[in-house]
Design a protein around this ligand. Structure first.
Ligand code: MRU
Length: 353
């Protein structure tokens, strides 16, 4: 896994937001330059930036970009406040499932309402600082998740992971992969089985890339192979990230996560979710209330520009599924490990110092 300053998921420089275009990884390293908030919206919708915490951070910087735009257009008498409201609305609509997006924009909007006396220039500068803070805190939280979670990794361990919950999906270091990274740094012999993660192959393209870069032994498998490995006794534990955790612990994550959790229960393999508190949505009673994003059919029928399926076939392409709390051995957060998660235990995390 990369160090955050080595290949940042995104960064702010010279009044612009730079986003690593994850659609091109692992073979091309290219940054998108965003000088309008609409470019940030597009980057999130089209998944140039993806992963719950990274989406939230991008949206926060999107607001800073919008403020710069409004400043530059001041002659045309665009009111910064109304421009920011419009930007916030559009960013909120960019992807529906990862709650970090809503969390980050709520925080930015709270900052705006507290600082309603500031000049447009001060607002523009202040939004950059607030977004930088969100980024920095996410990185710190991931390091804490790594420390808290590595305790659960045996000295020699074979870990299965799904999608990409690494440095690329966050402000750096990663959640699920942050734990792998911390365990490896402690001298544990960790081997990672990487689910390729159809249809967009975040496992094959991004997690595999991070593992190679970090020199952590890893093996890429098709998603269909996971159950067979469990049956063979070759998986000691499963660690995945999360896009939204309902108040009772039900967890939305990349499509396929639920199947892994069911198979893990059958084979008596511990199934862990790693996520910061910004991914927990205490307002939701259960996973039934989580909106599951459905994406374009082309993601299933095509591989890049190559058409795989026959014309006219029906496609169902939900991007996420929900794993019931009962299948999750523990949720690993920056504030500690919550075994057999439920409403009461998760609620306590928010009051813990
Ligand atoms: O559709 P994506 O690539 O944004 O989905 C990402 C995931 O499902 C991740 O596992 C999740 O966001 C956790 S990232 C730390």
């Amino acid at each position: 896994m990369k160090e955050p300053d080595e290949l940042p998921t995104l960064y702010w420089k010279n009044n612009r937001l730079y986003i690593l275009d994850q659609r091109l990884l692992p073979h091309h390293i290219e940054y998108l330059t965003c000088s309008s908030y609409r470019e940030v919206v597009d980057a999130i919708c089209d998944m140039a930036v993806r992963g719950a915490p990274a989406i939230g951070i991008a949206a926060a910087f999107g607001m800073a970009v919008a403020a710069r735009e409004a400043l530059a257009k001041r002659d045309e008498s665009i009111l910064m406040r109304s421009y920011l409201e419009e930007a916030s609305e559009k960013l909120l609509q960019s992807r529906p499932t990862a709650v970090n997006l809503f969390w980050a924009l709520k925080r930015i909007n709270r900052w705006l309402s507290i600082n309603d006396e500031l000049s447009p220039q001060q607002i523009a500068d202040g939004l950059v600082s607030e977004a930088e803070k969100i980024l920095k805190e996410d990185l710190e939280n991931n390091r804490k998740i790594g420390i808290n979670g590595s305790v659960l990794v045996p000295g020699r361990a074979s870990v299965l992971t799904h999608c990409n919950a690494g440095a690329l999906a966050t402000g750096g270091y990663g959640t699920a992969l942050g734990i792998v990274r911390a365990a490896a740094a402690e001298g544990k012999e960790v081997h990672v089985f990487v689910d390729e993660t159809r249809p967009l192959l975040q496992g094959a393209r991004l997690t595999a890339f991070e593992m190679i870069h970090e020199q952590i032994p890893a093996t890429l498998i098709t998603d269909n192979c996971a159950g067979y490995l469990m049956k063979q006794g070759r998986i000691d534990l499963i660690i995945v990230g999360a896009d939204r955790i309902a108040g009772n612990g039900d967890t939305a994550n990349k499509i396929g996560t639920y199947s892994l959790a069911v198979m893990a229960a059958y084979h008596n393999i511990p199934f862990y979710v790693a996520a910061p508190l910004s991914t927990i949505d205490p307002a939701l009673l259960s996973g039934h209330d989580i909106i599951i994003e459905e994406r374009k059919w082309e993601e299933v029928t095509h591989l890049k520009n190559h058409h795989l399926a026959p014309e006219g076939i029906n496609v169902y392409n939900p991007a996420f599924d929900v794993t019931p709390a009962g299948l999750i051995k523990a949720i690993i957060t920056e504030k500690g490990v919550v075994y057999s998660p439920n409403r009461e235990k998760l609620y306590k995390l928010f009051t813990k110092v």
